[in-house]
Design a protein around this ligand. Sequence first.
Ligand SMILES: Nc1ncnc2c1ncn2[C@@H]1O[C@H](COP(=O)(O)OP(=O)(O)OP(=O)(O)O)[C@@H](O)[C@H]1O
Ligand SMILES: [Mg+2]
Length: 585
Amino acid sequence: MWLGFRGKIAVAIFAVSAAALLLAATLLAFSLSDQTYRRIEQSLISEARLVADMMATDERDIAPEAIETEADRIGRTLPARVTFIAADGTVVGDSMVKPSDLTSLENHAARPEVLEAKARGVGVSRRYSQTIQTDMLYVAVPVNHPRLTVVRLALPLTEVQQQVAAVRDMTLIALAAAMVGALALAWLASALLGRRLRVVADAARQYASGDLSRRLRDYEPDELGTVARVLDDTVHELARRAVELAEDRARMDAILFGMVEGVIVVNDRGRVQLVNRAAQEMLGLESEGVGGHYLEAVRHPGVAALLTEALAGREPARLDLSPARTPGRHLVARAAPVSAPSATGAVLVLHDITDLRRADQVRRDFVANVSHELRTPLTAIRGYVEALADDAPNPEDRARFLEVIARHAARMERLVKDLLRLAALDARQELVERAPCPVHGLLAGTVSDLATMIEARHQTVDISVDPSVATIRTDAAKLQDALRNLVENAVNYSPEGRRIRLDARPSDGRVEITVSDEGPGLPEADLERVFERFYRVDKARSRESGGTGLGLSIVKHLVSLLGGRVWTANRPEGGAVFTISLPRD
Ligand SMILES: Nc1ncnc2c1ncn2[C@@H]1O[C@H](COP(=O)(O)OP(=O)(O)OP(=O)(O)O)[C@@H](O)[C@H]1O
Ligand SMILES: [Mg+2]
């Protein structure tokens, strides 16, 4: 049978108390009945002595009949059978035997109580009486009498047993009552203990279900209270550590997933433990593949080989790769074995060097372009200088040669100036000095700077400024430099006699200044590229006009320095439009 803790405690308490009560009751019953026997025996002895005394004081030589009558008289007074025994053992008087039957009685000299009384002064015996056919308690004492030797009193044992049984019954009733009391106490004690245990069990169950929040409990200062408090404290501590771990984990995740570098962690059995987002993107993986084998998850033989090496405990060389799944990307992969006490395996880190490569390429192109751009005028200058030195040309040729030399020198000067400007802008060496400036004045100033050029090409420039953007806060000199480059291009690349427009209007809280022309516009594919250094749509034409291909690149730098953006588009009705978007202040 299944018993709860409370039931077990109740049974235990009850069993212990019942055993103790039973033992106590048994001992009590024994000792009480013993005492009762003794008391009856003692009082019988006392009565026997009293009778002996009485008979002794009666010094008369009592006739046999008188003795017999005396026995009957005393027998009526006492609740016992009285027997007078003569020295030879004959019974001379008995309260329960008729005088006529006395002679037929057996000689009592050999009765144990009689022998004992003679020997030690008092004799006691319990046995079956043939005379009255029942168990009897016999008590005999000697008597100082000429015709009698022993006085014997006898009580039927059934009487004694009745008294003992009454004592035993009382004991049994007391035992039964005590048992009921013990049962009630056991029940009460187990209920109190059981309730407290249930609280602990409920708390344990709550913790086991994953709810680690602490309930405010008032534990008692005993062992059970200590168990409950320790359990509570332990679980609370565990919960705190779990939170700490989760926070650590979240921090780690934030770091790993926010990292620009790709990270892949593999355990010593080759199972993927972590793939961050960057690594996923770089290798073009659809899923993280966490838990799977790295050979399946990585899907790149070179990267997998690096991990294999690292897992074997070797420090593999770096690998440059351009995964087929992410074309155009250049990556560097490095793997290293991990042998921390808490974890072993390998870590792979991926760096995206696409931008570095591109920057490297740009730098190389730039150097090649600069060399090329410088060599052309230098070659021309050298040629003409040699021609001048070798044979003395006529004055016209000489003047022409010198003019060509001067033009190329001026071109070189412009190139070097533009390059220096670009370098300064690149290094952010130019300071921005903002001040409120009138937009119309700025645009008109730009146009008047280029008036000679515009007139020479018979072009007209219209300026329109929305009144809401009459003034902006910016570095006027830099903005004017940028605008001059744009207007210069418009003048240069659109045919003679065409119209050029300069507009300033608000847009999304910013100011947009556009320079539009009615020229050929730009090939769609070149719209972005025109801002690259040395990029020219038509190299021959541009060079003819003295262009170096750095103008728009300088514009882009200037505008970004002013916190703005520049882009170009083709107008539907033909012609290019360059837009500069700037903050108002
Ligand atoms: N308004 C325009 N219409 C047509 N093409 C243009 C226009 N503006 C620029 N381009 C093209 O973009 C190229 C780059 O212009 P950019 O101003 O950077 O160089 P450039 O004018 O050739 O030389 P630089 O301005 O340094 O003297 C030009 O060579 C030209 O082909
Ligand atoms: Mg230009």
